[in-house]
Write a protein that binds this ligand. Structure first.
Ligand code: SIN
Length: 428
């Protein structure tokens, strides 16, 4: 077993993990690890876009839309914090080189998704997550203080006798070798829990490792039952990850129809409501899917090919011509609103342990996330965690690491089953 010492250990290389690393001062020696390849994060899969406060007059309505979608279980201060920092976050992404769709006059173009009372989502065709995360990844690869290490699974968190988090035990997926990484601060950015569900839009390797390890050490977590199902994924009999049909397709006019070709729900209601309506319709019909008609998208073929090229291409590959026929869609697990309890700076209940992105539950999403709030929330609160760490974070504990090798081995054994079952790669 090897040992390493780092100032900051970040577990997860999606948008949250990368943005946290990028906002740490250059003097900090940062290790970012991820379970699969560097591009195997759900952040890469996000299609629709990223919300931004459209203008000052939009503040109350954006707040209200987020709260209503979340059944008013959201933390209002966290929601306001996210909205307040949204414009600067988009500007920062643009400075990183991220390209968002523009109107002919050069202004940002805005699209709409369910439960938004107005268009306030900026986007890059139907692959916004890939556009954002690949730029963050490129920036991180260019930093000399950041090491990125793929194919590395966290098998446990390490704690001192005083309860300070002091790092994590990591397993090299290829060699099986275990490294104990001792870190001044550890950030959980391990994504969601989709790999635990038979049908999910998430990468299969995402099995709630951060939440699991935190729970095992008594770190506070909230709402582990708040799981969001996306209403429209492409129906497939095959196994594995489900392909998302972005909600922005409905935002631009696509209609959900039953077997008789009739609409049965307002497509722009919150996700949980639309999902329930689809399930009820499937039950009535005794069918495994309903249909989504993209022919009603405003601007027709031109919009479909310009705004949704990836969806058009994928449907064609699966044998559906969206220009001429409705496609079969079914709800699938998509997002986890619960997670490791964290505050506005990503602090958890354990000193020196932070949680950001889908791994954390900071209350911003309440019981049901508003569409396109996930990338925004991940970026903002990851940045705030980095700023907190840079400012000294929680008072440093004085405890030394006190687990024996035998104790660590016992942890490893406990988690081995999950790790070996879920650590595999997949391709689009
Ligand atoms: C989508 O494009 O429908 C997904 C975006 C999100 O999950 O917010």
């Amino acid at each position: 077993m090897k040992t390493e010492f780092r100032e900051v250990l970040i577990i997860g290389a999606g948008a949250a993990g990368l943005n946290c690393a990028l906002h740490l001062p250059g003097r900090e020696d940062v290790l970012v690890v991820c379970k699969g390849g560097l591009k195997e994060s759900d952040s890469f899969l996000a299609q629709g876009g990223i919300c931004v406060l459209h203008d000052e007059n939009d503040a109350e309505s954006y707040f209200e839309d987020t709260m209503r979608a979340g059944h008013y279980e959201n933390d209002p201060d966290t929601v306001r914090c996210m909205i307040r920092h949204s414009r600067e976050t988009i500007d920062e992404l643009i400075a990183f080189g991220v390209r968002f769709a523009r109107e002919e006059n050069g202004e940002l173009a805005y699209t709409r998704e369910g439960a938004h009372s107005r268009p306030r989502i900026v986007f890059h065709a139907d692959c916004t997550g890939k556009e954002i995360t690949s730029h963050l990844l490129r920036a991180a690869l260019g930093r000399t203080n950041i090491e990125l290490r793929p194919d590395t699974t966290m098998v446990d968190l390490l704690f001192s006798a005083e309860g300070d988090c002091v790092g994590a035990a990591l397993r090299d997926n290829r060699s099986g070798e275990i490294t104990l990484v001792y870190a001044g601060n550890t950030v959980l950015a391990t994504g969601g829990v989709g790999g635990l569900f038979p049908h999910s839009t998430n990468y299969r390797i995402l099995t709630g490792d951060g939440v699991g390890a935190a729970l095992a050490h008594g770190v506070a977590a909230d709402h582990l039952d708040y799981v969001q199902f996306h209403p429209t994924t492409l129906y497939s009999r095959g196994r594995g990850r489900r392909f998302l049909i972005s909600e922005s397709v409905r935002g631009e006019g696509a209609q959900l129809i039953n077997a008789a070709g009739e609409r049965f729900v307002d497509e722009l209601l919150p996700r949980d409501v639309v999902t329930a309506a689809i399930r009820a319709q499937m039950k009535r019909e005794g069918s495994d899917f309903v249909r989504l008609d993209l022919r009603t998208v405003r601007g027709g073929q031109q919009t479909l090919e310009r705004h949704f090229p990836g969806i058009v291409r994928r449907c064609r590959k699966e044998g559906y011509d969206v220009l001429n026929e409705p496609i079969p869609v079914v709800p699938a697990q998509h997002y986890f609103m619960g997670g490791v309890r964290s505050d506005l700076s990503g602090r958890t209940s354990a000193p020196h342990l932070y949680a950001v992105g889908e791994t954390c539950c900071n209350g911003v999403h309440g019981k049901n996330r508003l569409a396109s709030n996930s990338l925004l929330e991940a970026l903002i609160f990851a940045r705030r965690a980095a700023e907190d760490i840079a400012a000294g974070g929680r008072a440093k504990g004085t405890a030394q690491w006190n687990y024996t090798k035998k104790e660590v081995a016992a942890f490893l054994k406990e988690r081995k089953k999950l790790v070996t079952r879920e650590t595999h790669h997949e391709s689009e």
